[in-house]
Design a binder for this molecule. Sequence first.
Ligand SMILES: [Zn+2]
Length: 135
Amino acid sequence: MNLGELKVPGPTRTALTVPFWAAAAEGRFIVQHCADCASWVFYPRQICPYCWSPRLEWREASGRARLESWSVIHRPGHPGWEPAAPYAIGIVRLAERPSMLSHILTAEPRLHLPLQVRFTQVGAEILPCFEPQNE
Ligand SMILES: [Zn+2]
């Protein structure tokens, strides 16, 4: 189904996450990167969880990931998602190291499936979803 037709709530924006969602709306995948220890950090934070540096900067990430865990949703927690069920939600391990919870755009999820980000209209929002990498 076309996920853009769903009537679902969008993400909650905070001062810290506005850059992430603004980039997503432009089809850019950015993740915080620590200027002191070079770690990539997700979810967005005020300080680096590895070295406590406050010097986190937004940087373009590869958008490549592998599927670590997933669940196929048959009974959504919000009624707006019912037209899309069944669909897969999963934890993806980004090539840069952090993990992220996302919508998985495949009917056949499997462990370590190579994925790439795909910006997708979901309801009124453009969200970073993940699809199998092109072979
Ligand atoms: Zn750091």
